[in-house]
Design a protein around this ligand. Structure first.
Ligand code: AMP
Length: 420
């Protein structure tokens, strides 16, 4: 679990604000659910046999004797809220997004944390492949807006209750015949959750999986048509993708479409999946809610941040102005001037400790401010001061009552308006 301090948080804020803008454009509204839920919610949706529920949840009993868990993912809580608030009675299609911390007791690895952050979106009410395609388009445009282009979309279809059992049976039969070649974990998975063998990272298991039955060959006609149409729609949107019949994802609730966005960057090591999702048409009903189809995805913020940091861009906003005071008598005036200029929208740094002008100028240098203004008795008397460009150049005369306008008028990185 990580602490995020100023200096590092800015890149997180950039990712979050980009997500808010983009999801907003697609009509996705933000939902915030509690960080704890009844344990049973995850058991019934994510599935008892998954690693998440079986091994990774932070589960505890509260003072009322109820079993609660810190949420390990966001889809089930959002579905719970959707059912609880009878949203399907109010509108036929709902588009939601969420962002926030998730908790999993994972083994320590690069890009894997026990408190990590996800941004996700869910579209409820539409069964059509256009909805799957639209959702993938959100992710594509989001990654584009972040400047992350080296990411590949993988898609697959897992079929539905009609066609999956035949595939499942064939897979189990095949894996049993190759049992000895599988790693110890996969030998267990074979008993509990055979699909998971397909995304084991062990090379031997991958070789076994590659030669195994192909889920796409087992799809019934409606599932095949859905998957074909999805690919056509991705073509319409100009979205590049790879069909990967071994893509299964680690959660139980998916039907038909599943997808993953995979980054090829050494910084991520094996943790190269930046996000993924799929269709889960049965989950709402399974949780006691209405028969509403849904499709969703979640992306790991930690990994997006790691990729952006590797890109070397800076996200910290430097101050427009540093105010230094030449004498103790000007300290109050400096404090008041800084306050007024902040109200006028400038980002202003000011040393509240006072001290020698020399030490304040050192702070000004370190702050990265564009300009420094020295305020002393003379400036206070005359109402006139000078803006010293910290990157070098001639000082700019300025009246104390028009500092904000003068700073803004200077070329190069004009001061941003305050967030409202
Ligand atoms: P999942 O909910 O397992 O499908 O994960 C969706 C995305 O969340 C993954 O692709 C990762 O980017 C991210 N993620 C999942 N688990 C972790 C973790 N323990 N630490 C950091 N990111 C994670």
């Amino acid at each position: 679990m990580n602490d995020l301090l100023p200096g590092e948080i800015e890149v997180w804020q950039f990712v979050e604000s980009t997500a808010r803008t983009l999801f907003g454009r697609f009509g996705y509204g933000e939902v915030r659910t509690p960080m704890v839920e009844d344990t049973a919610l995850f058991v019934r949706s994510v599935g008892e046999e998954t690693d998440i529920v079986g091994k990774e949840m932070y589960t505890f009993e509260d003072k009322g004797g109820r079993s609660l868990s810190l949420r390990p993912e966001g889809t089930a809580p959002a579905a719970r809220a959707y059912i609880e608030h009878s949203v399907s009675n109010q509108e036929p299609v709902s588009r939601w997004f969420y962002m926030g911390p998730m908790f999993r007791y994972e083994r320590m690895k690069t890009g894997r944390y026990r408190q990590f952050y996800q941004i996700g979106a869910e579209a409820y009410g539409a069964r059509e492949p256009a909805q799957d395609a639209e959702l993938m388009d959100v992710v594509v445009q989001f990654l584009e807006a972040l400047g992350l282009t080296d990411v590949t979309l993988n898609i697959n279809s897992l079929g539905d209750d009609n066609c999956r059992p035949a595939y499942h049976a064939k897979l189990v039969e095949y894996l049993n015949a190759h049992r000895e070649e599988l790693c110890a974990d996969c030998q267990q998975r074979l008993e509990r959750n055979p699909l998971r063998v397909l995304d084991c990272k062990n090379e031997k298991c991958q070789a076994v999986a590659a030669a195994g039955p192909n889920v796409l060959e087992f799809l019934c006609e409606p599932c095949r048509a859905h998957f074909t149409d999805l690919q056509r729609k991705l073509g319409v949107l100009g979205i590049k993708y790879v069909v990967n019949h071994r893509l299964v994802r680690g959660l139980d609730y998916y039907t038909r479409t599943v997808f993953e966005f995979i980054a090829s960057h050494p910084a991520l090591g094996t943790a190269s999946t930046v996000g993924g999702g799929g269709r889960y048409d049965k989950m709402m009903k399974g949780l006691g809610g209405p028969d509403v189809p849904a499709v969703g995805f979640a992306m790991g913020l930690d990994r997006l941040v790691l990729l952006l940091k590797e890109g070397g861009k800076t996200f910290t906003q430097r101050p427009d102005l540093f105010i230094a005071v030449a004498d103790e008598g000007s300290q109050d005036a400096g404090l008041a001037l800084a306050s007024r200029l902040r109200r006028e929208g400038l980002k202003v740094d000011f040393d509240t400790r006072g001290g020698s002008l020399k030490s304040q100028m050192k702070r000004a240098d370190k702050s990265g401010a564009r300009f420094t203004l020295v305020l002393g008795e003379q400036e206070r008397q005359s109402g006139q001061a000078k803006l010293k460009p910290m990157a070098g150049g001639e000082p700019i005369p300025v009246a104390l009552d028009s500092v904000a306008a003068t700073v803004r008028a200077q070329p190069e990185a004009p001061a941003a308006a305050p967030a409202s």
